[in-house]
Design a binder for this molecule. Structure first.
Ligand SMILES: *Cc1c(COP(=O)(O)O)cnc(C)c1O
Length: 355
C-alpha cells in the first residue's frame, strides 16, 4: 500500500474475478459463465472500418440507440432504461446511492460475491439473509424489511430461481423499499420481472449482455424501472462517467438486442445442453441443484469440491470453486458447447475411477 491511499480504503478486499487465462488454445473454459457461442452475426458486421474511424468522437452519453432497442424488447418506454459499463457498474450505482435513508442493503447470504465488496467500498450496511436448507431463497424472509433488497434471480452460484409470484410477494410486502432483481441469468429458464415494472414503483430489474447475449467483453449492463428511478440512476451516471459505454459497445449491444432469433437459438441450445449434462452428472452420483442458469452447481460424496476442481484442471478444464464453508463441496460449472460438456463428463469419469 502506498502512503497516498486514504486509510478508509486500506482494508478493502476487492472482488476476485474467475481466472481469465491468456492462452486459451487447449483450455475448456467453464469458469465465468460466458456464452460458448459468438455474438449475433449483425454484431460482427456493424463493427467496421467506418465505425473504427469514428472512435475519435465521444460516444452518445445517453446510448439512445441501445436503450431504445432494450425498451422495445421489453415493451417499456426508453425513459425506463439506463445502461452501464457492465451490470457491475449499474450495481455499483445502486450500492452507492439507491439505499434509502438508513443505508441498509439486504441480499442473500450466498449470492453474487460482488455485493459485499460494494457495501464495503460505498460504506453501505450490508445484511446477509440466510438461504434455506435446500439453498433456495425464501421469499417471506424478505418481507417487511427496512432497506433496499437485492436478489439475484436465478441465484448464483446455486442456479435456483424464484417464481414471479414469489417476487411479487416480496414487492407487495416492501412498499417503502427498493427491490432490485439482478437477472444476469434470467434468460436461461426463469421469468423476468421486467413485466412487473409498470405495476410496482419499488422494482428495479438489472440485466447484462455478458451471459445470454455473448458480449461479456463488450461490458454492457442495464437497469429497467420506473422513469423516476431511472432518472436517479442517470443522475448518478452523469455525475460519475457520462460516456460510460463506448461507441463499439453501443453498436454491438443494439445489434444483439435486435436479433431475437439468434438470441432464442443460442439460449435454447444452452438450456438443452444443460438438461442433458445435469442428467449425466446425476447418473454419475453427483448432487446437482436444479438450475435455471447457464451453469450448474454440483457436488459428489466421492471427491471434495476443491479436489475435483484441481483434478479437472489437469484435463485443461477450468470450473469455479468457492472456499466458503457452506458451499466448498460444490463446484460451479458453466454450460459450454455439447462437445465441451462431453470432455468434462469423460474427464470426470476418469477422475472418479481412480478413487
Ligand atoms: C455476471 C454477473 C454480473 C455482472 O455482469 P457484467 O454485466 O458482466 O458486469 C452481475 N450479477 C451477477 C449475479 C452475475 O453473475
Amino acid at each position: 500500500m502506498s502512503r497516498f491511499l486514504n486509510s478508509r480504503y486500506s482494508a478493502l478486499e476487492p472482488y476476485t474475478p474467475g481466472e481469465q487465462p491468456k492462452v486459451t488454445g487447449r483450455l475448456i473454459k467453464l469458469n465465468t459463465n460466458e456464452s460458448p457461442y459468438p455474438p449475433a452475426p449483425g454484431v460482427l458486421e456493424v463493427i467496421n472500418n467506418q465505425e473504427l474511424q469514428k472512435l475519435r468522437l465521444y460516444s452518445d452519453p445517453a446510448a439512445s440507440e441501445l436503450t431504445a432497442a432494450i425498451a422495445d424488447f421489453y415493451g417499456l418506454k426508453q425513459e425506463q432504461v439506463m445502461v452501464g459499463n457492465g451490470s457491475d457498474e449499474v450495481l455499483a450505482f445502486i450500492f452507492m446511492a439507491m439505499r434509502g435513508s438508513n443505508d441498509v442493503i439486504y441480499y442473500p447470504e450466498i449470492s453474487y460475491s460482488f455485493y459485499p465488496v460494494y457495501c464495503d467500498i460505498f460504506h453501505a450496511h450490508g445484511v446477509k439473509v440466510p438461504l434455506r436448507e435446500d439453498f433456495s431463497i425464501g421469499a417471506s424472509d424478505y418481507f417487511n424489511l427496512d432497506g433496499t433488497i437485492i436478489i439475484t434471480n436465478p441465484n448464483a452460484p446455486t442456479g435456483r430461481a424464484l417464481t414471479l409470484d414469489e417476487i411479487e410477494s416480496i414487492l407487495i410486502n416492501n412498499e417503502e423499499n427498493l427491490v432490485v432483481i439482478d437477472e444476469a441469468y434470467v434468460d436461461f429458464g426463469a421469468d423476468s420481472a421486467a413485466g412487473l415494472i409498470d405495476r410496482y414503483d419499488n422494482l428495479m430489474v438489472v440485466q447484462t449482455f455478458s451471459k445470454s447475449r455473448s458480449l461479456a467483453g463488450a461490458r454492457i449492463g442495464f437497469a429497467m424501472a420506473s422513469s423516476e428511478i431511472i432518472a436517479d440512476m442517470n443522475k448518478l451516471k452523469f455525475s460519475f462517467n457520462p460516456y460510460n459505454l463506448n461507441r463499439l459497445s453501443i453498436l454491438a449491444g443494439t445489434e444483439a438486442m435486435k436479433d431475437r432469433e439468434y438470441f432464442e437459438d443460442t439460449r435454447s441450445r444452452i438450456m438443452e445442453t444443460r438438461e442433458k449434462f445435469v442428467k449425466e452428472m446425476r447418473e454419475m452420483g453427483f448432487t446437482v441443484l436444479p438450475s435455471k442458469a447457464n451453469f450448474v452447481f454440483a457436488a459428489s460424496d466421492r471427491i471434495s469440491g476443491e479436489e475435483y476442481f484441481r483434478e479437472l484442471r489437469k484435463y485443461n478444464i477450468i470450473v469455479r470453486h468457492f472456499s466458503d464453508s457452506r458451499i466448498c463441496n460444490y463446484v460451479r460449472i458453466t454450460i459450454g458447447t455439447p462437445e465441451e460438456m462431453k470432455s468434462l463428463t469423460d474427464a470426470t469419469r476418469q477422475i472418479l475411477s481412480k478413487r
